[in-house]
Design a protein around this ligand. Sequence first.
Ligand code: SF4
Length: 474
Amino acid sequence: MNELDTKYFKKLVKEKLSDKSLRTIVKKATFHSLQKRNETIQNDISEKWEQLREKAYSIRKITIENWDYYFNQIKAKFSENGIDFFYAKNSSEVCDIVNNLLFSYKAKNIVKSKSMVTEEVGLNEYLEKFGFIVTETDLGEYIIQLANERPSHITAPALHKSRSEIGFLFSEKLNIDYTDAPEKLTDYARQILRKKFLNADVGISGANFLVAETGTIVIVENEGNARLTITLPKLHIVITSIEKIVPTLSDALILLRLLPVSSTGQKITSYVSFINKPEEEDNSSKNLKKIVVILLDNGRSKLISDKKLRSILYCIKCGACMNKCPVYQLIGGHAYGSVYPGPIGSILTPWLNSFKDSKDLAYGSSLCGACSEICPVKIDIHYQLLRIRKYSIEKKFSPFIEKIIFKIWLQIVKNYKIYNLLSNILCFLGPLFQETGLKIPVWSKYKYFPAPFEFSFHKWWQREVKTQEEYANV
Ligand code: SF4
C-alpha cells in the first residue's frame, strides 16, 4: 500500500500540482459528473431540487440529534429480523470481529463490494496478514487493488487513472494483451470476478443507509457486484459507520432521490438492494444464511455530541463536493493523504485522526463555498473548514509566522490611513504587472496572481455613490 498520510499534505500537494496529466484526468472526470448532475436536475427532477435538499437536511438533522433513540430502535429491529449486530468503538475492534467471524466460518476467500469504512479501518491489509484472500469486486476498487493504491474519490475510486494506465495495469498484472478499450477491460475483470464470486466463503459490503423502523440495510450500486457479494456466500458482513442510520423507509427514499443524482448524475442506480433478513438456503428455514452488521464509531459519537460539529455526519457520501471543489480538481484525491479526500475529508479527518497532523487539510481550500452549495444535505462545509482553522489557532497548532502575519494584517486593516496608503501604492504599481501578474515567491509557481486594478475598491465605491447621488438629483 502506498504511504499516504495527512501530515504530508503540503508535500503531496506540491507533487500533485506538478502532475499535469493527473490534473487533466481529474478535471475531465469531475466536469463530466457535474454536467450529468446538472442535466438530470434540470430535465428529470420533477420536485424542486431545493425542496428535496431541505427535506434531506431535516431528515439528517433529526436523525443525528436523536441518534441514541434510532440506534436502539435499529438494534432491536436487527435482532427481531435475525441479523447479528456489533458496535465497534474503533478500527481494531472491527478487524477483530471480522477476523473471529472468518475463523469461525473457516473462510479463506472473501469478496468485497465497495465500502469506504473498510478503507478507514484498513481491513484488507489486516486480513491479508492472516492469509485471507480478499478481492475487491467493484471495478474501480478492483483496479486500485491491482495498482496497490487507495481510492482517490469516495464514489469513483480509480478516477485518477486514464484508460491507457488501466490498460497497462491489466496487461501487467493479469498477463493479457494490452488494450485500452473499456468494454474489453471490463470483460476481462468480469471473467476473473465471476470465479471469485463462485468460490467466495464470505461477502463483505458497506451500506448506504440503515433504516431504523424496519431494520433494513440499503445498498446502492451500478455493477451488480454488491448483489452477488451479499447473496452468493453463506455469510454476509456489513461494515459501516454509526451515522448511516435513517429513521424510516420513506426518509431513505428521499435520500435515494438525491444520492445518485449528486454522485453520478443518474436518477437512480442500476441496482438498489433492500435487505431485511437472512435468506433461506435451499428453501429450508433451518438453513439460514447469516448477516452480521458492524457499526464503526471511531470518534463519531463525540462529533454527535458537539452541536457545532455534528452536521459533518449528515454526509451521505455522494462525492459531489469533491467534483465541485476547485482544489480537488487541481490535486486529485491522493494529495489529501486521507481515506476521505476533498472537502468532506478535510472536515471529517481532523476529528477522527490526529487533529494536529490533519489540520492542514482545512487550509487546502479557497473557502469559495462551492462545496456547501452543491451538498445535497446542506452541510455547512466551508464554515466547518473555518472552525478547524480557528481551533487550530486556539490550540496553538498553527506556525508562529502565520500568527505574526495575521497580527500585522490586523493592524493594517484596523488603521484606515495605513490600509489606504498601501492599497494606493499597489494600485499605482499595478500597471507594471499587467502582463505578468504579481509574482509572489512559491505561490506564483503554481498560480497566477492578477495585478492590482488601477484604483482601489474604496475609490470605486466613492465614485459610484457620487454618481448615484447625481443621478438621483436629475
Ligand atoms: S459533504 Fe455533502 S456533497 Fe460532500 S460527499 Fe457528503 S453529502 Fe456529498
